[in-house]
Design a protein around this ligand. Structure first.
Ligand SMILES: [Zn+2]
Length: 121
């Protein structure tokens, strides 16, 4: 994960290609998902939500290393903030913690909860 996809990127990729003969139906123009024929899923919106969750899921240390300083993730061992200003080899700070850790200490999988490129509240 060198370039993280934004929500707009994911939604643009997984758009609904409408069938002009059946305007209420249509498969995904990005991956072919069809809510009418794919078992185990129900709506196109759920497909888009799943693709967004997948884009935000980090499964390898290399993906953690590729994330920029300022990201926050929620991992299987808690929330972490990446700030490489003081210790570039140990850029991950557990929430409320005072000791930074190497990427290998962040439990995987982790879910990206904040990216510095995202609009601020
Ligand atoms: Zn799709």
């Amino acid at each position: 994960m060198t370039d993280f996809l934004s929500l707009a990127d994911v939604l643009a990729k997984h758009y609904r290609r409408l069938d002009p003969n059946h305007p209420a139906y249509g498969a995904c123009g990005g991956c072919g998902f069809d809510p009418d024929v794919t078992p185990g899923t129900t709506t196109f919106a759920q497909h888009q939500a799943a693709m967004w969750r997948e884009a935000c899921t980090i499964t390898t240390v290399e993906e953690l290393d590729a994330l920029p300083s300022g990201v926050e993730v929620r991992s299987v061992n808690g929330p972490w903030l990446k700030n490489d200003r003081f210790y570039p080899d140990e850029p991950w700070w557990p929430a409320g913690g005072e000791i930074s850790e190497a990427s290998s200490e962040v439990g995987l999988p982790a879910r990206l909860t904040h990216h510095p490129d995202w609009p601020q509240p």
